[in-house]
Design a protein around this ligand. Structure first.
Ligand code: NFE
Length: 503
């Protein structure tokens, strides 16, 4: 039986997943990116300093990650290092965006896969927002359709949390989480400018000179976000895990894991970052070599050559290409399929034991859940790893604010060389993000982005091996073949962003 899960909601962009199901088991899955964009073509011939602005338009969710990757790539190409304040402000802007994104993903994009929204019909309290939701849901239940602005129903048939108090509590936090997300974004805006497209981030630093007032405003906002993470987000996540422990064993991807590292420390510490860079294959972590990253297009709608290295990347659309089923390329590391994202960030650190806080948190939560670190490769594992990232990042951001030197420069004067090239790598919330820039006559000759959801939602590579999400879906047992809430929960655990994937 062939079932298409698309159009999928509670993700960013246009993703379809085509499944083949036999005897209630998904025996095949294809991730289909349904649009073409072409930012790499748009960038050719432009002023290099347009790049950190234009690449932010790839996405309205993770724009800062693109600005940071572009800034790193240009710093690499220009041979410059930002002053300490510049590096710290980049971190403060990007880190707060991660916190925003984790809360958005858990509450708005995933929680209603598990929380029973219909429990609100039993709400007896007087909280005005919950009463409003109760009215919407009752009306939606009566009419069997969703109302604009009340995106709760209809929903997929399946098992949901049974405890009314838990359901209603989680729903209250769903509403609160939107206010907290605003605070995280306001914190970013103090130094970066208005979300979603920060003008403050550029190669060599940040246009905002930090003052004591900026720093204390930032700290106050992040402290509120951190409190919410500890008091609401983590307990809600643990409640979901307790209600659905089988999801520690559902949705394993079948390749390696890769992280490019996130939030650099002072240049004096070399290339050390809060989350380390690394490739985890067969239980061992090795350094990442960007030269080994290629993109296959046998099953993608491009007539460009397949298997090209990032520096040679091409983008020639071929909408009618025979055998192709998606606009997403298939990035591979030395031919290997890898998963990127929160589980990769945490596992790369955990397996090396180089971040004591990560080790402690993984051991603590694994102990509570009765799992081992291997089960982080799962639906619940991805959710838990996001929460661990949130705890570690919030603490780090508050520490970083203490390292700012108010009044000292936060940026460099820039002189764009005629020629040069550079890589910029970071971790967007959804995973490893790489930008490559090459200059000729002071202009961009080539610009390539290899993006997290391109890795995770990649199609088959030239050898016919599936991408990370495809591999996580294949083998899944589903209670209702036509509905497949299990598959949708797997897809949501990756938090796909199709705007980024096809860029
Ligand atoms: Ni459009 Fe993005 C993140 C990047 S995902 S959200 O996180 O880069 O491919």
């Amino acid at each position: 039986m062939k079932i298409e899960l698309g159009p999928l909601s509670r993700i960013e962009g246009h993703l379809n997943v085509k499944t083949t199901v036999t005897d209630n088991v998904v025996v095949d899955a294809q991730c289909v990116g349904e649009m073409f964009r072409g930012f790499e073509v748009i960038l050719r011939g432009r002023d290099p300093l347009d790049a950190q602005q234009i690449t932010q338009r790839i996405c309205g969710v993770c724009p800062y990650a693109h600005a940071i990757a572009s800034s790193y790539a240009q710093e690499n190409a220009y041979g410059i290092t930002p002053p300490a304040n510049g590096r710290i402000l980049h971190n403060l802007i990007q880190g707060a965006n991660h916190l925003y994104d984790y809360l958005l993903h858990f509450y708005q994009l995933s929680a209603l896969d598990f929380v029973d929204i219909t429990a609100i019909a039993n709400y007896k309290g007087s909280d005005a927002e919950l009463v409003q939701v109760k009215d919407w849901v009752k009306a939606e239940l009566a009419s069997k359709k969703a109302f604009p602005g009340a995106p709760f129903l209809p929903r997929l048939e399946g098992q949901y949390i049974k405890d009314d108090d838990l359901n209603i509590g989680a729903l209250k936090h769903y509403i609160e989480a939107m206010e907290i997300q605003k605070k995280a974004i306001r914190a970013s805006a103090i130094f970066g400018g208005k979300f979603p497209h920060a003008t403050g981030i550029f190669p060599g630093g940040c246009s905002q000179k930090p003052t004591i007032d900026h720093i204390s405003a930032y700290q106050a906002l992040i402290e509120e976000v951190r409190d919410f993470i500890h008091q609401k987000y983590i307990p809600d996540l643990l409640a979901v895990a307790q209600a659905f422990p089988e999801y520690w064993h559902i949705g394993q991807s079948r390749g390696g894991f890769m992280s490019f590292g996130l939030l650099p420390f002072a240049p004096a510490s070399g290339s050390r970052r809060l989350f380390a860079s690394g490739l985890l294959l067969d239980g061992k972590v090795q350094p990442v070599d960007f030269g080994l990253i290629t993109e296959d297009v046998r099953y993608a709608r491009y007539s460009s050559a397949s298997g090209l290295n990032v520096k040679e990347g091409e983008l020639i659309p071929d909408p009618e290409k025979n055998g192709a089923y998606t606009w997403i390329k298939a990035p591979r590391y030395n031919g290997q399929m890898v998963e990127v994202g929160p589980a990769a960030r945490i596992l790369v650190d955990y397996r090396q034991g180089n971040n004591q806080q990560v080790t402690t948190l993984v051991n603590h939560f694994a102990g509570l859940a009765g799992i081992s670190a291997n089960e982080l490769n799962s639906v619940l594992g991805r959710h838990l790893c996001r929460a661990i990232c949130a705890v570690v990042i919030a603490d780090f951001l508050l520490e970083e604010t203490e390292r700012i030197n108010p009044g000292a420069p936060a940026s460099l004067e820039l002189e764009i060389p005629a020629t040069g090239e550079g890589f910029g790598a970071t971790e967007a919330s959804r995973g490893a993000l790489l930008h490559y820039i090459r200059l000729q006559n002071h202009k961009i000759e080539k610009y390539e982005c290899v993006v997290p959801t391109t890795w995770n939602c990649s199609p088959r590579d030239d050898q016919g091996n599936p991408g990370a999400m495809e591999s996580a879906l294949i083998g899944t047992k589903v209670a209702n073949q036509a509905v497949q809430i299990e598959s949708v929960r797997i897809v949501h655990s990756f938090d796909p962003c199709l705007a980024c994937a096809v860029h």
